[in-house]
Design a protein. Structure first.
Length: 270
């Protein structure tokens, strides 16, 4: 469990031997170490979960899965308020099962799409009750892939949600590739689509997921750190219109290197 930002740096430093595994491993782990100096891991953990750095946010993974659903297509502020409202009102899955869709929708309405999300949460809770005796922990196995498949069978759980649940709710190594991670990693690796990444392209997403996972030790803490740091870089610097002039990892970025070559070539031609 990570309790402080100092823990984060120590975890990555302990993987020094892994830096030499491949060019990608050295690149990504070097970047993560540098990002750890810029961003706080502890302050940027939003979902409640069993291993949350803050004790008050350590909750059963059922609440992690609910938070993932509530976070869809909403702002961080509204997600946070909706999750807190939900946890204040429902102390267990039984409370949700004894509720109704209209009441639940009112509790979570700040997150947007209240009826749809309430319907999903009730169906999901019924599924967990039926197939896992009301305990989401029973869906976890020793296999990441098998557990992922079990999650994907649940109502309202897609691939990104399943990976979030694996990485954060179950503390299992499965890299989450959200839009910020996808865009930033595509540029870092200099993928052919880096100039125009398509988040609707499942092949591109799978390629980035595989490349990141092959560049990191199979350790859930390292995955949590990598995901958080790359996400934050995408959110603040490596946006759709990237702020390369403010970036501090350009020496590790293949996209920036190629972009500079093209700009210099254009200058020569002028």
């Amino acid at each position: 469990m990570i309790n402080s930002d100092e823990d984060v740096k120590n975890i990555i430093e302990k993987e020094r031997d892994f830096f030499n595994k491949s060019k990608d491993a050295k690149k990504i782990l070097t970047i993560i170490l540098r990002l750890c100096e810029k961003y706080s891991f502890v302050k940027n953990q939003t979902y409640p979960r069993p291993s949350h750095p803050l004790e008050e946010k350590r909750k059963d993974p059922y609440y992690t899965l609910i938070a993932i659903i509530l976070s869809l297509r909403t702002t961080l502020e509204n997600e946070t308020r909706a999750v807190q409202n939900f946890m204040n009102r429902y102390k267990s899955i039984e409370d949700v099962l004894n509720s109704n869709e209209s009441e639940l929708a009112e509790v979570i309405k700040i997150a947007g799409m209240p009826q749809k999300k309430a319907n999903t949460i009730i169906k999901l809770s019924q599924y967990i009750q039926q197939y896992y005796n009301g305990d989401i922990w029973n869906a976890k196995t020793d296999s990441v892939q098998e557990t992922r498949e079990r999650l994907l069978n649940m109502p309202g759980v897609g691939e990104k949600s399943a990976d979030c649940m694996l990485e954060l709710g179950f503390d299992m190594p499965s890299m989450v590739v959200d839009i910020n991670v996808f865009r930033t990693a595509s540029r870092i690796f200099g993928e052919k689509w880096a100039n125009n990444p398509d988040f609707s392209n499942k092949k591109q997403i799978k390629s980035i997921k595989d490349r990141l996972e092959n560049s990191l030790p199979r350790d859930y803490l390292t995955y949590q750190i990598a995901h958080t740091m790359i996400l934050l870089q995408g959110k603040h610097i490596c946006k759709s219109k990237c702020k390369c002039e403010n970036c501090f990892i350009t020496d590790c970025c293949d996209f920036y290197r190629e972009k500079n070559k093209e700009e210099k070539q254009e200058e020569l031609e002028l």
